[in-house]
Design a protein around this ligand. Structure first.
Ligand code: ARG
Length: 652
């Protein structure tokens, strides 16, 4: 058992006297902020005492008197208003390190009751190239798969491709009207991407031309409203200031929308060729939609084109997955579920859950919520219908206990309604969760775009990262007294650093927040980056090359770690927190807990290595102990990064 759970397990029964559910209070035992107060600190006494109408210090003392951890803890003290500080005995910690060093799993237990977990992630709408917006789902989802798999659950990483949507109508329309056959024969995916972009651009052009005056009118009316309210508002009235702030914000957002609309329109008007095409196809949006509808109705020509295009599109995204080292257990896209959608709607109707409303078939929940539309007025099924059919399949065929949807926060309303509908439909036993995440932003704090306003392609982003990493690797190696890496090795390391940097930078943020994409920060060799942690790993491997120790022999687990310096103890305790870290990551599927722990581990190692001789330590027992700490550090780093699909190299 890891140190924190030893404490929690002791406390759990003690709470019985006071509360029904000890869980939230057990969460309040955490690693101490400052090691001078101990190793872990509990601050539950304050809120609990308040609830019970007791004195928090007295309550904390009551707990301490009852806790039986004498063989494990050196001290348990009540401090300040009612904190409890725990300090472990050093020989208990070194014994735990002995167990860890002999354990391939580094003391991370396998789940007692393994579950079947579906991780629905990445899921791009194919037919358009993958862009930066697909990064987060892909990276977060893949990490979750790796971690739950490591914990011994049955995992299906499922790429629920958008392979049946309106984007196919657009490329079919483009193919029929704007194809450059020669380009298509030479580079079919590029040509399809061009057609998609063109049809989308021309459709948007007409749409935006209608919207621009509306946006301008809205801005004008809000600005007038603002001036009026500013005149009469009392500057001391907080409420009024807030209202003014909101109007200003709304105006700023509308102005941004207007700018982006104007940019898109002028991109067309600036090109005589595009403008001629736009004027020649005023109805393009509707016609493209009709191509989609024809495809969905089984039109032979469109179905044949779809069957021709889909493998090409999949090959293109597979290239990106290959570079990221991402593999799926299943790729069941939206098209796979089409044959089941009518049944779903019939079943919902039969169970009295779905009603006709203004021609559409809907499931209503709360009166204040939008209905969940499962069939549109024109008879078409929806994204929602497909998701319901998918749940049925995952429960009935895959025996899922849990489905995690790693999808953008903007779809939270959809998932809320989906989960409510599924529960009413009879799938109320299964754990359905939206693992929501924020947006990748550019320096301007707007969604990350290229200079020309296009979304950033994922392929070129990875390419650029590797190129930048290559420079860092070259400089680092050239600066060594004698460079260690040949050409092939430099390139391999650059790929590992470049891809690792992108993944880590994404995972290290609380997934629900937006984050600003920043090359300098994410590739820094010093800081909370994959690169820094990869360097720590390579450094340890370098130590072993110099001392020529047998690392396998160090793992025999004779409990040879001894603490002779605070930095050794701090590192040892940090290493023992690996299992606790993995456990808390899966609590709410938050990979940033793992990155934070890895960063702390690399820091603890740096402090240890700065204070304690390893190679030149004259005392053989101390030297061995320190080598064990080095080996364990390298192993947890390697394992921790591997759980995020990030590689290491013993030289870099
Ligand atoms: N293809 C969708 C999109 O790009 C995401 C699908 C997520 N998964 C799901 N089961 N709805 O927005």
């Amino acid at each position: 058992m890891h140190p924190l759970s030893v404490i929690r397990e002791q406390l759990r029964p003690l709470f019985e006297e006071y509360v029904d559910d000890p869980a939230p209070y057990l969460e309040m035992v955490r690693p101490a902020q400052d090691s001078k107060f101990g190793d872990f600190q509990a601050n539950f006494a304050m809120p609990l005492a308040k609830q019970l109408g007791k004195n928090p210090r007295d309550l904390a003392t009551e707990f301490v008197d009852k806790i039986k951890l004498d063989d494990v803890c050196e001290s348990m003290e009540v401090a300040g208003p009612g904190f409890i500080n725990f300090k472990f005995k050093s020989d208990w910690l070194t014994a735990q390190l002995g167990t860890m060093q002999a354990d391939e799993r580094l003391s991370v237990p396998v789940a007692e009751s393994p579950r079947t977990i579906i991780v629905d992630y990445s899921a791009p709408n194919v037919a358009k190239p993958m862009h930066v917006g697909h990064l987060r789902s892909t990276v977060i989802g893949n990490t979750i798969c790796r971690i739950v798999n490591f914990l011994g659950h049955k995992v299906y990483g499922d790429n629920h491709l958008g392979d049946w949507g309106t984007q196919f109508g657009m490329i079919i329309y483009g193919y029929k009207n704007f194809l450059n056959r020669e380009s298509f024969e030479q580079a079919p995916v590029d040509e399809l991407a061009r057609l998609y972009k063109l049809v989308n651009q021309l459709s948007e052009f007409h749409d935006l031309n209608r919207k621009i005056p509306e946006l301008q009118a809205k801005i004008e009316s809000l600005s007038a409203q603002l001036t009026e309210q500013e005149e009469k508002a009392d500057p001391k009235d907080k409420q009024a200031r807030k209202a003014l702030g909101k109007i200003k914000n709304d105006i700023a957002t509308l102005k941004q929308d207007l700018l982006s609309a104007e940019d898109k329109v002028s991109a067309v008007t600036a090109s005589p060729e595009l403008l001629a095409q736009a004027n020649g196809y005023p109805d393009i949006a509707r016609l493209a939609r009709e191509e989609t509808a024809k495809l969905h109705k089984g039109d032979e020509e469109n179905l044949a084109l779809w069957k021709q295009f889909l493998p090409l599109c999949i090959a293109a995204i597979d290239e990106v997955y290959g570079r990221l080292g991402v593999q799926f257990d299943l790729v069941l896209g939206e098209s796979y579920f089409q044959p089941f959608l009518q049944e779903v709607v019939d079943d919902l109707k039969q169970k009295g859950m779905a009603q006709q409303s203004q021609g559409a078939i809907c499931v209503f929940h709360d009166q204040n919520e939008a209905p969940f539309i499962v069939q549109k007025t024109d008879g078409a099924f929806t994204y929602a219908t497909t998701d319901l059919a998918t749940i049925r399949y995952r429960v009935e065929e895959l025996k899922a206990d849990s489905i995690l949807y790693v999808v953008d926060a903007r779809q939270s309303e959809h998932f809320k309604l989906l989960f409510e509908t599924a529960a009413k439909w009879g799938y109320d036993e299964i754990d359905l969760r939206h693992i929501s995440f924020g947006t990748v932003l550019g320096d301007d704090k707007r969604p990350f775009k290229t200079r020309s306003g296009d979304t950033v392609g994922l392929e070129s982003l990875i390419e650029e990262s590797i190129q930048r990493a290559r420079q860092i690797v070259n400089e680092g190696d050239d600066a060594k007294p004698s460079p260690e890496l040949d050409e092939t090795m430099r390139q391999r390391v650059a790929e590992m650093v470049g891809v690792g940097a992108i993944k880590y930078a994404d995972l290290r943020h609380n997934r629900e927040s937006d984050y600003v994409f920043n090359w300098t920060k994410m590739l820094a060799t010093n800081g909370d980056t994959a690169t820094y942690i990869q360097y720590a790993y390579a450094r340890i491997c370098g130590i072993f090359r110099e001392v020529d120790a047998d690392r396998e022999a160090l793992r025999e687990g004779d409990g040879a770690v001894v603490f002779t310096h605070d930095a050794e103890r701090a590192l040892g305790l940090q290493l023992l927190r690996f299992a606790e870290t993995i456990e808390s990551v899966v609590n709410d599927y938050r990979p940033n807990i793992l990155t934070a722990w890895l960063f702390e581990t690399a820091n603890a190692f740096t402090t240890f290595y700065g204070n304690c001789h390893v190679k030149n330590e004259p005392d053989a027992a101390i030297k061995k102990s320190r080598l064990i700490l080095c080996d364990l550090t390298a192993r947890v780093i390697d394992q921790g990064l591997a759980l995020m699909g990030i590689q290491t190299s013993d030289k870099m």
